[in-house]
Write a protein that binds this ligand. Structure first.
Ligand code: PAF
Length: 279
């Protein structure tokens, strides 16, 4: 496994593969790897000849009161896990490699970035599209894999790729859950044992809400009931039921429904979702 800490090394590796006619799948990460990331890596391996994983904690997607400084940094463990998965190359750039002399693109995330996470994290998706576009420029993958857990991010990236006509297929990786049902996340490291037990209630409430929607119970009543249960243990940022393609209200044309939520458990922000076919 090649570890490239600067752009030139990464460009050289990629251009050698391109000359050999190899296809490239890319998994962007911020490190703190867990089984959810590794499942994206396995998906990448199944979809191309070569796999690149990036590890870069991107400052431009964090708000000023967020956890950028404390974001888990576990590079050695991450590299060991990636080596075991037989990843071909890992890109570990510095901030200077990604934003030379502070230069960054002025890309703005499209309409799908509005609402939901943007309400409490203004500018977050602009930071995400800037870094992902920059990484795409360097790695020039054929395929890139993003986890469904960050569902709004997945749609924002798809929208960017489509708008800029980038020749990259964006694949979605299923949410990987702890046995308890808690969606795996690097930020779960912030939770104590007791908090982890409480956190699993989030997925249980989402499943219950899905069942109520499928039974065609009044949507507003169902959401209201779920919020009442959640608010016993969590501070709710949003719990929304939307068209999964447009992130707008459900209409007769809706084919897939998204239940999306963000909550705080003490100071830890958790997001989760369920995407399903309209009954
Ligand atoms: O989902 C993440 O870990 C990040 O938002 C990403 C896509 C690696 C961009 O920094």
């Amino acid at each position: 496994m090649q570890v490239c800490s600067n752009n030139q090394q990464m460009l050289d590796v990629v251009s050698t593969w391109k000359v050999q006619g190899k296809t490239i799948a890319f998994v962007p990460t911020m490190g703190g790897l867990h089984a959810g990331h590794l499942s994206l890596v396995h998906q990448a391996k199944a979809n191309a000849d070569k796999v690149v994983v990036s590890i870069f904690v991107n400052p431009t997607q964090f708000g000023k009161d967020e956890d950028f400084d404390n974001y888990p940094k576990t590079l050695e463990q991450d590299l060991t896990q990636l080596e075991a998965c037989q990843v071909d190359a890992v890109f570990t750039p510095s901030k200077e490699q990604i934003y030379p002399n502070g230069f960054k693109s002025h890309l703005k995330a499209g309409s799908l970035s509005q609402g939901l996470c943007s309400k409490s994290r203004p500018g977050h998706f602009d930071g995400v599209v800037q870094v992902v576009h920059r990484l795409f420029e360097i790695i020039t993958p054929d395929v890139a894999i993003f986890g469904q857990k960050d569902y709004q991010q997945l749609l924002v990236i798809r929208q960017m790729v489509e708008a800029l006509s980038l020749p990259i297929s964006i694949l979605s990786g299923d949410i990987v859950r702890e046995q308890s049902g808690l969606a795996m996340s690097t930020r779960n490291q912030y939770l104590s044992g007791d908090q982890k037990e409480l956190a699993l209630k989030l997925y249980q409430v989402l499943i219950q809400l899905q069942q109520e929607i499928l039974k065609t119970q009044d949507l507003n009543v169902a959401i209201h009931n779920s919020k009442a249960i959640l608010s016993q243990d969590f501070k709710i940022e949003y719990l929304s039921v939307l068209d999964a393609n447009t992130l707008k209200s459900i209409t007769d044309n809706t084919s897939k429904i998204a239940i999306l939520c963000a909550v705080f458990l003490r100071s830890t922000r958790l997001i989760d979702n369920i995407i399903f076919k309209k009954g």
